[in-house]
Design a protein around this ligand. Structure first.
Ligand code: HEM
Length: 454
């Protein structure tokens, strides 16, 4: 017989919540490391926040999402009945996954891949050899790239949407980054700014969606919008997760889904590219291998036609970046109904967090986790025990763009290393900053064209 669940979760005591929050805000990674060492794989950070650190528990949490746990719905949808809005968003999201997965990952990704490096080329050229903030530059570039993937083409309307989503995501960061949950309905100036930016992004997106829906359905989807267009009118609640009748997929739901995709990926691949440039600057032997691999493809007379499969070292380098510096380092779920996890009782409304950063560096599951070693991914065996690697999350809400993200990162890093000498001005100082994403804060670089680029 299973042991009864315990209700008392260990954790720092004796101080008021505010003190722990202060300590956490001063050094988020260090605070969680210390709690983990002292209290083990399940600890309480505040009465409403629990942190889990064992990979099996993390996966249990992820796999039970949409049933016992929920991801946060759109915070800023303007809807005052969050539960209903969340159910609707979950249904639409799950429908897009069921119907669009194949198209999203193959046909639309191939069409997008052909345009992707052109966007990167313009972004780097625009910097004109001047020192730039790498994070800002890469965030903007990937924002445009994801807009292209979702909406296709280079039209001004797509650029306007990318900019509006960028403003909306940046405005909301102040709320999202707060470790204290603010009631979203409070009439605070920051909440109304967030809502205004969100409404503008949705209005622009609505125009692009309406224009596309007026066209005939494309035979081969060129982008995510084509995939969704083909399923206009499909009931969203018909699947396993839609227990609420499921209104038909309509233009509003499509615009919101595209908005979610663009906002969920905001800054994420950009952060990993910034880490890549920092690591390549600190470890020239990795740079040499990335370049040698790209040269080998050229020598095999395939010129510029290169796929991630041609670049195994660069792909391993990307895996190692996502291990050592997972951009979405802390993932959370809300308890949707009273339940148990890892033998502890949880109450509806509590939040459960899992740190990929800590699991990815736990010596119980990894050899030499402190070493940055891409080769570990090329040695034949999986380089970790169990389920100790989850830079994209897992379960029904696993990252929507995981394959796309890996392909984009591998190609972008190989392309940059091949075409440019990237002079990083402060690689050693830009150490991990655990904000809403894990980033090398303040990283600056100059992109100088290489004489020998092909
Ligand atoms: C370095 C690349 C990327 C990383 C590391 C990453 C990571 C993640 C993570 C950790 C989650 C949360 C998963 C969970 O809670 O279980 C997530 C969600 C998501 N990602 Fe990504 N992501 C990346 C790129 C992208 C791209 C390029 C797109 C868009 C095409 C994208 C779209 C999404 C969406 C829509 C969600 C929300 C899924 C949902 O709530 O159902 N991501 N991503």
């Amino acid at each position: 017989m299973a042991a009864p669940a315990r209700s008392l979760i260990p954790g720092p005591t004796g101080r008021r919540l505010r003190d722990h929050t202060y300590e956490y805000e001063r050094d988020r990674l260090g605070f969680l490391t210390r709690c983990h060492e002292e209290f083990g794989d399940v600890f309480r950070f505040s009465p409403m926040t629990v942190v889990v650190g064992h990979p099996d528990t993390v996966h249990d949490l992820f796999l039970r999402t949409n049933v016992d746990f929920r991801t946060e719905g759109s915070l800023f949808s303007g809807d005052r009945t969050p539960a209903a809005a969340q159910t609707r968003e979950t249904d639409v999201n799950m429908l897009a996954r069921r119907k669009g997965w194949r198209g999203v990952n193959k046909s639309a990704a191939a069409a997008h891949g052909a345009r992707f490096l052109g966007h990167l080329d313009s972004a780097v050229r625009d910097s004109g050899g001047r020192a730039v903030e790498v994070l800002a530059m890469m965030k903007e570039f990937f924002g445009l790239a994801v807009a292209d993937y979702c909406l296709g083409g280079h039209g001004d309307d797509v650029t306007d949407v990318a900019e509006a989503v960028d403003v909306s995501a940046k405005t909301s960061v102040r709320l999202m980054a707060s470790s204290l949950s603010l009631p979203r309905w409070l009439p605070l100036p920051v909440v109304s700014r967030v809502r205004k930016a969100e409404r503008r992004a949705l209005a622009l997106l609505g125009d692009v969606v309406a224009a596309r829906l007026a066209e005939p359905v494309a035979a081969e989807p060129r982008d995510l919008l084509d995939v969704l267009h083909a399923h206009l009118g499909t009931p969203t609640g018909a699947g396993r997760h839609g227990a609420h009748g499921g209104a038909a997929l309509d233009a509003v739901a499509i615009a919101r889904l595209v908005d979610v995709v663009m906002r969920a990926s905001h800054g994420v691949p950009g952060a990993t590219t910034a880490w890549a440039l920092r690591e390549l600057a600190l470890r020239p032997r990795h740079l040499e291998r990335v370049r040698a691999e790209r040269d080998a493809v050229r020598a095999a007379a395939r010129g510029d036609h290169v796929t991630p499969a041609d670049l195994p070292f660069t792909a391993a380098f990307v895996n190692e970046l996502l291990r050592a510096y997972p951009p979405t380092w802390l993932m959370g779920r809300w308890v949707h109904r009273d339940t148990t996890l890892a033998g502890y009782d949880l109450r509806r409304g509590q939040q459960v967090m899992a740190s990929a950063y800590h699991v990815h560096r736990d010596p119980r599951w990894w050899h030499d986790p402190g070493e940055f070693r891409p080769e570990r991914w090329l040695e034949g065996e999986r380089p970790y025990e169990g389920r100790a690697y989850f830079p994209f999350g897992a379960g029904p809400r696993v990252c929507f763009g995981n394959q796309l993200g890996l392909a984009q990162l591998t190609l972008a890093i190989a392309w940059l290393a091949d075409r440019y000498d990237v002079e990083v001005l402060n690689a050693a100082e830009a150490s991990p900053a655990a904000r809403e994403l894990l980033v090398p804060l303040g990283l600056k670089a100059r992109f100088l064209p290489r004489a020998r680029a092909g």
